[in-house]
Design a protein around this ligand. Structure first.
Ligand code: ARG
Length: 340
């Protein structure tokens, strides 16, 4: 096995941490489902602008390839070398963030989950992916009244129908080139679909980057209400589905950036003044351990002064703490915007 050739311009963590000695040690290994380091780093080799450049093909990948994954996780999540997942999903009640509806357009919390016993999306077989879809579409039938809704499979939909659903945020597109190189897009849109509650405030993306992306959102600033709805849904689903979990790594996800709580909680917020004072906004975001994205999703740019602001930490911090920190940080950002 030859040592992989990373692009000379690549700054990916996989390139920084994969030494020839580590490669020699790990390249001959295979997980029980046949996943290898060679497959795990394909996306990082093909995409020189990768930040991480490695995906997990199954739960066992995290243990078998820990000599390369642990230093990457340590660096990305800025956790101690002896990092450990910290659970804590308590009901939260906090003061309203933006009672006058002057800044916040919407709030959203999502968690990623994979089913125990199945390979993750970059490595799963066609048949197992379809089983995952069946298990999830059965499990959602037991959701409580407020979360009731329907599962819509994408298979068989005309491209124009998918376009229409995408515009209404009731579908997710085929994954980006990072996911493509990792093998996550195979057979799209087979066995992909979305469960949406009748009020469209609770959704589950099935077989996107992870088996499940469980999402709670609404057009308000009520981040606690959104989080509490997610807790309710998760609680019901975890009686029907067993999720891939590890005491040290937390919830196991395709991408090592998502492990731990696997949670991203954020708001879409209009900041007309801070938009012109980027330095101040950046310093606030860093102080409260938040991150900025465009509202079109990951790796999109800011449009019309509307920012997506969400938590940066997911590992070694509880879900409840993430929401509390987000609340404190966003309140401080709103205060700064008002004072400008
Ligand atoms: N593999 C990509 C990279 O290394 C994505 C990383 C995080 N994003 C994600 N959707 N998992 O940059």
């Amino acid at each position: 096995m030859v040592f992989p050739k990373f692009h000379p311009d690549s700054c990916a963590l996989i390139k920084q941490y994969l030494t020839p000695a580590l490669f020699g040690q790990l390249a001959p290994l295979e997980t029980r489902t046949g996943f290898t380091l060679g497959a795990a780093i394909q996306s990082g080799i093909k995409n020189p602008d990768s930040h991480i450049g490695i995906y997990a093909g199954d739960a066992q990948s995290y243990n078998l390839f820990s000599p390369i994954l642990d230093p990457i996780i340590h660096a990305y999540h800025a956790v101690e070398e002896t990092f450990e997942h910290k659970p804590g999903l308590d009901q939260i009640l906090l003061a309203p963030l933006d009672p006058d509806k002057a800044f916040i357009l919407s709030a959203r919390v999502r968690v990623a989950r994979n089913l125990k016993g199945f390979s993750f999306p970059c490595h799963i077989t066609h048949q197992n992916r379809s089983q995952v879809e069946s298990l999830v579409s059965e499990a959602v039938q037991s959701l409580p009244r407020d979360l009731k809704g329907g599962y819509l499979p994408f298979k068989g939909l005309a491209p124009s129908q998918i376009q229409d659903l995408l515009a209404r945020k009731l579908a997710f597109p085929k994954g980006d080139r990072f996911q493509d190189a990792a093998g996550i897009n195979r057979d799209f849109p087979d066995s992909r679909g979305i469960f949406a509650s009748n009020d469209k405030k609770f959704m589950i993306w099935v077989n996107e980057e992870d088996h499940l992306r469980i999402i709670s959102m609404e057009s308000s600033s009520d981040i606690c209400g959104v989080f509490n709805r997610l807790r309710l849904g998760l609680d019901h689903l975890s009686h029907r589905l067993e999720f891939a979990f590890d005491k040290k790594y937390g919830f196991l996800t395709s991408c090592p950036t998502n492990i731990g709580t696997a949670m991203r909680a954020g708001v879409h917020i209009r900041l007309r003044k801070l938009e012109k004072n980027h330095k101040l906004l950046k310093s606030l975001v860093n102080r409260y351990q938040l991150q900025i994205r465009g509202t079109g999703g990951e790796k999109t740019s800011i449009d019309k002064g509307i920012f997506d602001i969400s938590n940066k930490q997911r590992l070694g911090i509880s879900e409840t703490r993430i929401i509390k920190n987000l609340h404190t940080g966003v309140a401080a950002i709103i205060e700064a915007e008002k004072n400008l």
